[in-house]
Design a protein around this ligand. Structure first.
Ligand code: URA
Length: 424
């Protein structure tokens, strides 16, 4: 067996076997297969797909490429939450502390930005000193002590995914259902949670552009979960406009802190509370109305924010050092009307161009830059009203590029739902 035969096979739409996928992953990790060969295979998979059996085999091989975390020293049902990636998606930063305040154990391993989408770990690293790497015993101790830890995928959890993820980010091979499903599920299965909630983002700013493909991705992950005896619950949620207002690392942390204090943007608050209520509903059989009310109580009485501070302190972060750029431009509208759409994909790309994301694996992130929307879809604006603020440092983007993200018209637009569907 050679890597060239395997690339040829996928190029000709043939099915790959588990031994072949194992050969690829082993070779990638021991360096006997070059990154450019892996990239060629990834592109063939993006173009020609994989069926469910191949996707399950790839997940298994990736899962077995590293360690599996044993969370049995943590008592109670352990919940994990993952997002397929969106623009302004800071749900983990708000939901994690809220769940911990509700008494749910959150043992969370998160990822870095991928393509135009941001990643929780990059966001947390905008807090000076925040340690994203903890040893397994430290991770478990922290969850037992304060109910929450958020770390990066540790050294040896699904190392195959770590390598593939970084390559996919810079080779235009992110958007593939089998690659996304196996990437997410290998990590989630290795991370040891009992119930896995996956927020499948749908729309312009998401990896899945339409409901049909989002549903196909969700079903694939649910099927993989079944094969490995895990409950997977998928929420299909709207990513046609950025979630919340802030896009960019430190800016998103600040917005998450506001949300934890009860004054976050409406869509972010709604999504966080719905997911938290669903977690209580599934784990404690709590009625959804009662669960929503309890979530609001934990936010309004300050416990959710205190959990966030406890999390940051435990992982050595210093919130006083959180900085956003003081080079700020206000972008105003040349036209009055209702905001019909805000192109989340372009907004994500602009944030990346400002330095909030990477174009090459080795790019350093500028945590202080990004954009903050002043208005969301459905709002009415007068001529010269502010649409957003741009926080920049060395790199800037053109005004026209920013204005082209907004569609403004005199029709009174109807807002789309935030949560389309819940599948399990
Ligand atoms: N999130 C992941 O963890 N992997 C992907 O491939 C896409 C989103």
């Amino acid at each position: 067996m050679t890597i060239i035969d395997i690339i040829e096979k996928k190029k000709h739409h043939e099915k790959l076997t588990e031994p072949e996928l194992s050969f690829v992953i082993t070779g990638m990790l021991d360096g006997s297969i070059a990154d450019y060969q892996i990239s060629a295979l990834l592109m063939a998979i993006v173009l020609n797909g994989m069926d469910l059996e191949e996707t399950i085999a790839l997940t298994k091989v990736m899962l077995n490429s590293g360690d599996k975390i044993d969370l049995s020293p943590i008592s109670g049902i352990i919940v994990d939450k993952h997002s397929t990636g969106g623009v302004g998606d800071k749900v983990t930063l708000v939901l994690g502390p809220l769940l911990a305040a509700l008494g749910v154990k959150v043992a969370k391993m998160s990822g870095r930005g991928l393509g135009h989408t941001g990643g929780t770990i990059d966001k947390l690293e905008s807090i000076p000193g925040y340690q994203v790497a903890l040893r397994e015993d430290e991770f478990i101790k922290q969850v037992n002590d304060i109910g929450i830890a958020v770390i990066s995928q540790t050294g040896n959890i699904a190392p195959a995914d770590k390598k593939l993820y970084a390559l996919r980010d810079v080779t235009g091979t992110v958007d593939s259902i089998p690659l996304i499903a196996s990437s997410i599920m290998s990590k989630k299965l290795a991370s040891g949670a009992d119930i896995i909630f996956i927020d499948v983002k749908v729309g312009k700013g998401a990896l899945m552009k339409d409901l049909e493909s989002a549903e196909a991705l969700a079903q694939t992950m649910i099927e993989i979960g079944k094969r490995f005896d895990k409950t997977v619950i998928c929420l299909l949620t709207n990513m046609n406009e950025p979630l919340g207002c802030a896009v960019g690392n430190a800016l998103e942390v600040k917005e998450s802190m506001d949300a934890l204090k009860g004054y976050g943007p409406v869509d972010l608050m709604e999504l966080v509370i719905e997911i938290a209520a669903l977690v209580l509903n599934k784990t404690e059989k709590m009625d959804m109305e009662e669960a929503r009310a309890l979530c609001l109580k934990k936010i309004n009485n300050g416990e959710a924010y205190q959990k966030f501070e406890q999390l940051v302190n435990s992982q050595h972060g210093d919130l006083k050092g959180l900085t956003v750029s003081d080079h700020i431009i206000s972008v105003t509208t040349p036209k009055a009307g209702y905001i019909k759409s805000i192109d989340a994909l372009r907004i994500g790309e602009i944030a990346r161009e400002l330095g909030a994301g990477r174009f090459k694996k080795t790019d350093a992130i500028d945590y202080a830059v990004g954009l903050v929307l002043t208005h969301k879809v459905g709002d009415y604006v007068e001529v010269n009203d502010e649409l957003l603020k741009v926080y920049f440092n060395e790199k800037n983007v053109s005004l026209n590029e920013i204005l082209s993200c907004f569609e403004i018209s005199m029709d009174d637009s109807t807002k789309e739902p935030l949560i389309y569907k819940i599948l399990s």
